[in-house]
Write a protein that binds this ligand. Structure first.
Ligand SMILES: NC(=O)C1=CN([C@@H]2O[C@H](COP(=O)(O)OP(=O)(O)OC[C@H]3O[C@@H](n4cnc5c(N)ncnc54)[C@H](OP(=O)(O)O)[C@@H]3O)[C@@H](O)[C@H]2O)C=CC1
Ligand SMILES: O=C(O)CCC(=O)C(=O)O
Ligand SMILES: [Mg+2]
Length: 734
């Protein structure tokens, strides 16, 4: 049971742009929901909140806060759960360290992040910080599988207002490079457990056995994989691609998911930093280690650490001159792809590059063809095929393209995204064995020092739930539906053993195809090019990748997606959009007080959450409110009330005014509930009469720098005054 203090709807407190948007939108939601007796409260899952709640012993009584993530982690396992989840930061080490510094400066006596913990105390601090790092929130809350799609109104809007797409030409030199051997894809083995088991993972070396992990327990029917990436193969591949990029005269770029793959991918990123600066590491490696350089943290912190060493700085400059130009995150500020591991995140970065006709930004602040290096070949073929498709057929036309929905296997830390506790950088050569409690050696690999070994798993109940969710969705849509599974891949072959019998038992096998990700990509692109729709039924990683890729091509952004997590124990988790927390938007707000964040994802999630509440609690007033949200969202689209990108034009705050107004008007106009209609009629009237004043007050706020009192831990009052600058609107909302 949820505790008695849990509000009817939990709206998460997060970071960056969506949190700023909440400062304006949440008061509107709370006021409106109260009219249906629905309470909307917050739980703090922000990076700063997570840090503060993890170190109570270091803080004063009034600085301490509860561990809301733990509370939510329990709530999502109950049928009462109704959570609106906004995107939060999945912190890389540089982001975590920056957040700790900011909090320390605000008077929080937090321990420094120990880069190389030595004492027991430092190790304990580091272990605590490690729980906050990377994608530490989503896997806890996602106790269900994923259903992401564009609402019909949103798709129709995109078709009648198509966004600009970059041109694709047959002679584009943009391509995807990925490893042909020695990677996770080539080394994967997989097995389904016929009984519950507990495993230990050991490394047998010449000097004896090293226990990497013990007591990993799996229920019966779990699909357990193991694989590794060879460090030598990775280095050879990176060195070769750096050279090839130079010969081809394109930009070098590296795309990975250091946030969700928080153990493996920062290490791979570190290999890229070391290969890029190889001559420098060869000559000054020991000195740099003494200076505390951590290549996995990126070039930004590396440069900071060596800035007082003119010889090393000169060597770095020399290497830069012989390297190809690099793909830039911000060419004005000299921030490259290798600056921090969290700037270029594959799910968003690859689609944006593809939308722009295969062009990335170079150091000269111009767009160029790009070599997109994606070391592991498991999912790289999706981008490779997409790029080849557009080179051959030209860009997609958003005015006529059909849509791709996604049903993603996600629950209970499914697959690679749940693998960080069982991922290891191998300390010395030997054999890794995964041994079950009955003595069975489930998997084994010969490995060398530095290889990255990992085991991922997917449980039976979530797999079955996922297949059933796919069947329901296909029935509702009646369109093409493809399981993106490769019968020649070890893990996928095990999943197919679950999928086929369920489809057959339900008599729907003829409605579904099963295709490798490469083939499914081509088929799906052909389908949407014809204006037809497709459902991509995928594992967890492709859930993430495809729910940015197709929305970014079809709608320009994944922020407008409907993103529902049907919790396996009956509750509802409504994610807002399919994208992230848009750091660039915060920068713009701080510089010129314009927030271009689009809250359409929040609007879509709110409508679903209220209707879910109506069903779960038989609250018909909540249904009326939810239906009103749908009308308001339609109004935002019909009247082009979404935020503009440029200062001086309507922004996020204006869109919230219009949302409130359309919502109030819809509630006043409906006849299902006369009490609600009577309550909202004067509010609708006041909002309409106040239009000129409100729009004027919002416009007047823009143009100069805005002070939020922090970045990771903003000052609530300062934020409210920035985000709610219209006195007229504030009076009406109360
Ligand atoms: N569910 C979650 O909790 C997720 C969290 N993240 C986290 O978010 C952070 C940033 O990730 P990143 O990969 O850069 O992806 P983002 O989705 O935050 O940003 C990519 C770009 O997408 C556009 N965009 C995204 N959301 C909106 C919106 N609501 N309105 C308008 N435009 C939008 C912006 O483009 P433009 O700049 O052109 O306006 C933005 O710069 C990271 O810390 C990451 O870990 C990422 C994905 C999901
Ligand atoms: O949890 C994260 O770090 C990112 C999640 C994400 O990108 C997604 O779910 O689409
Ligand atoms: Mg994503």
């Amino acid at each position: 049971m949820a505790d008695s203090k849990t509000p009817d709807i939990v709206y998460t407190k997060v970071d960056e742009a969506p949190e700023l948007a909440s400062a304006s939108l949440l008061p509107i939601i709370q006021t409106f929901a109260a009219a249906a007796g629905v309470s909307v409260g917050t739980k703090d899952i922000s990076l700063a909140g997570r840090i503060i709640s993890t170190f109570p012993e270091a803080l004063t009584e009034d600085q301490r806060i509860t561990d809301d993530l733990a509370v939510l982690g329990e709530l999502v396992k109950t049928p009462e759960a109704n959570v609106i989840k906004l995107p939060n930061i999945s912190a890389s080490v540089p982001q975590l360290v920056a957040a700790v510094k900011e909090l320390q400066a605000q008077g929080y006596a937090l321990p420094d992040y120990p880069y190389e913990p030595e004492t027991e105390e430092e190790k304990a601090v580091r272990a605590k910080y490690d729980t906050i790092k990377g994608s530490a929130v989503n896997p806890v809350l996602r106790e269900g599988n994923s259903d992401r799609r564009a609402a019909i109104a949103v798709k129709k809007y995109a078709q009648s207002n198509p966004h600009r797409m970059g041109e694709w030409t047959a002679d584009s030199k943009t391509r995807v490079a990925s490893m042909s051997s020695g990677d996770f894809s080539s080394n994967e083995v997989s097995a389904t457990l016929d009984k519950a088991a507990t495993a230990k993972i050991v490394l047998e070396t010449a000097g004896g056995e090293i226990v990497l992990k013990e007591g990993v327990s799996y229920p019966e029917g779990t699909v357990v994989d193991a694989t590794y990436m060879s460090a030598k193969a990775l280095d050879a591949f990176l060195a070769e691609e750096i050279e090839k990029t130079k010969e081809e005269g394109v930009l070098f770029s590296l795309h990975m998911k250091a946030t969700m793959m928080k153990v493996s991918d920062p290490i791979i990123f570190g290999h890229a930093v070391k290969q890029w600066l190889k001559p420098v590491f060869d000559k000054y490696g020991d000195k740099m280690e003494e200076l505390g350089v951590d290549p996995n943290g990126g070039m930004g912190s590396l440069l900071d650490k060596v800035s007082g060493e003119p010889e090393i700085m000169a060597a770095i400059e020399e290497v830069r001159e012989m390297r190809p130009p690099m793909y830039m995150v911000n060419s004005d500020k000299g921030i490259t792809n290798l600056h921090v591991p969290s700037d270029v995140i594959i799910d968003a970065s690859m689609p944006a590059l593809i939308r722009d006709g295969g062009k990335g930004w170079g150091p000269d602040n111009k767009q160029h063809d790009t070599n997109c290096v994606i070391p592991d070949n498991s999912y790289a073929p999706v981008y490779d095929e997409t790029i080849k498709f557009f080179k051959k057929n030209g860009k997609l036309d958003p005015a006529t393209a059909g849509t791709v929905q996604n049903i993603g296997l996600m629950a209970q830390k499914a697959e690679e995204y749940g693998s960080h506790p069982t991922t290891f950088e191998i300390p010395e050569g030997g054999t890794v064995k995964m041994i079950l409690d009955d003595g069975t050696v489930l998997h084994e690999h010969k490995v060398e020092k530095g290889d990255i070994w990992r085991s991922a798993s997917a449980r039976k109940a979530p797999i079955e739930d996922w297949v059933n969710l796919a069947i329901e969705r296909q029935k509702a849509e009646g369109c093409e539906a493809i399981f993106w599974l490769d019968e020649d891949r070890a893990h996928d072959a095990e999943l197919i053993k679950y999928v086929k019998p369920i489809l057959e038992a339900k008599g729907v096998a003829d409605k579904f195809a099963i295709m490798s990700p490469a083939k499914a990509t081509v088929k799906t692109l052909e389908t949407i090019t014809k204006g037809e729709n497709s459902i991509a039924i995928t594992g967890n990683v492709l859930r993430d990748y495809l729910t940015d890729l197709f929305p970014i091509l079809e709608l320009a952004t994944s922020a407008k997606m409907l993103s529902i997590v049907k919790l396996m124990n009956g509750g509802g988790l409504f994610e807002t959009g399919a994208g992230g927390s848009a750091p660039k938007h915060v920068q713009q707000l701080q510089e010129e007080n314009h927030l271009r964040w689009d809250s359409l994802g929040e609007f879509c999630a709110l409508g679903e959450s209220l209707k879910f509440l109506a069903d779960a609690r038989s609250n018909e007033k909540a249904r009326v409110l939810g239906e009103g949200v749908d009308v308001a969202t339609q109004g935002i689209l019909d009247h082009n009330r979404s935020p503009s990108r440029k200062v001086g034009e309507p922004d996020n705050r204006d869109s919230h005014y219009w949302f409130a107004r359309y919502w109030a008007e819809a509630l006043a106009a409906q006849s299902k509930d006369t009490e609600i209609a009577a309550h909202f009629a004067p509010i609708a009237k006041a909002l309409a009469e106040g239009e000129a004043a409100i729009v004027g007050e919002l416009a007047a706020a823009q143009g100069s720098a805005a002070d939020l009192g922090g970045y990771y831990h903003t000052d609530p009052e300062k934020t409210a005054s920035v985000m709610r600058p219209s006195e007229t609107l504030n009076k009406i909302i109360g």
